[in-house]
Design a protein around this ligand. Structure first.
Ligand code: F6P
Length: 319
């Protein structure tokens, strides 16, 4: 194999640039040519592909977003779209592809793999919801962005003796809510993986008030319900006035933390090694600080990706 490609797809995440850099530099180090696919799978279909040099990835390790751009492509979900993509890769003699992204990107890579094309997936999503890896690129940075907001909101919550609801990202995955809630000392954390009872939240608020607590932070993942809906329910249940902050897409941007940069560099380089070893249809991940790789289909197994012990701990510490 002399030529490989790299693309980013789906929701971007801080650290994707560090992963692209690692793929490019590692491949060139081993005398391979590297091609960047611009605009995710949509760019693959239209052939928006350019060769990358060492300098193409200079000065990007600290930048959020992705210099290769990203997209969610409906056309790529079709048989025809996938065939076009493979033709574009064959046209340029690109024999293997590193796909950096989340769940949807992995599904795209699986479709190419099933057609006999060699792909290696690198987990890049702030959601931290890919089975088979303990961390994904961008999660740590997003967490730190959330924590910064929670700390600031806590200041004003304390001054005004208010209850705040902070809505964070995570349609199906609660790790951002769970980890930021624990790190930010939130009294209540609601995640999509667990049902919640409004009466429990009310009981916790009352218990806090009884021991003199005058403010409270509730973190809710967007997949549970909107912060505004939760505020309405609390108002109905207790007549309590709350304030709502929806953090939104600021969670997806910003300079990656050192942790994400190192993780991305390790993942990107390992993905190239796997292609050089002639492998395909695999994903890279990290377990107990060791790099792992595993069959792509394992990434779709719906095992529990969140840590149950963290939920228990947050409940014990926020009494
Ligand atoms: O998958 C990453 C993510 O940021 C989710 O947390 C969020 O639900 C979704 O993407 C938002 O997607 P979009 O940017 O397309 O609105």
């Amino acid at each position: 194999m002399r030529k490989i490609g790299v693309l980013t797809s789906g929701g971007d995440s801080p650290g994707m640039n560090a992963a692209i850099r690692a793929v490019v530099r590692k491949a060139i180090y081993h005398d391979f040519e590297v091609f960047g696919v611009y605009g995710g799978y949509a760019g693959l279909i239209t052939g928006n592909i350019k060769q990358l040099e060492l300098g193409s990835v200079g000065d990007i390790i600290h930048r959020g977003g992705t210099v290769l751009y990203s997209a969610r492509s409906n056309e790529f979900k079709t048989e025809e779209g996938q065939q076009k993509a493979i033709e574009q890769l064959k046209r340029l003699n690109i024999e293997g592809l590193v796909v950096i992204g989340g769940d949807g990107s992995y599904r795209g890579a699986k479709a190419l793999t099933d057609k006999g094309y060699r792909c290696i997936c690198v987990p890049g999503t702030i959601d931290n919801d890919i089975s088979g890896t303990e961390f994904t690129i961008g999660f740590d940075t997003a967490l730190n962005t959330v924590i910064d907001a929670v700390d600031k909101i806590r200041d004003t919550a304390t001054s005004h003796e208010r209850t705040f609801i902070i809505e964070v990202m995570g349609r199906d995955a609660g790790d951002i809510a769970l980890w930021s809630g624990l790190a930010g000392g939130a009294e209540t954390i609601l995640i999509p993986e667990e049902d919640y009872d409004i009466n429990d939240i009310v009981a916790r608020l009352h218990k806090g008030q009884e021991r003199g607590k005058k403010h409270s932070i509730i973190i809710v993942a967007e997949g549970v319900c909107s912060g505004v809906d939760l505020a309405r329910k609390l108002k109905e249940a207790t007549n309590l006035d709350t304030r709502v902050s929806v953090l939104g897409h600021i969670q997806r941007g910003g300079s990656p933390t050192a942790f994400d940069r190192v993780l991305a560099s390790r993942f990107g380089a390992r993905a190239v090694e796997l292609l050089l070893e002639g492998k395909g249809g695999r994903a890279v991940g990290i377990k107990e600080n060791l790099l792992v790789d595993y069959d792509l289909s394992k990434a779709f197994e719906k095992d529990v990706t969140y840590d149950l012990s963290l939920i228990k701990l947050s409940k014990e510490l926020s009494i």
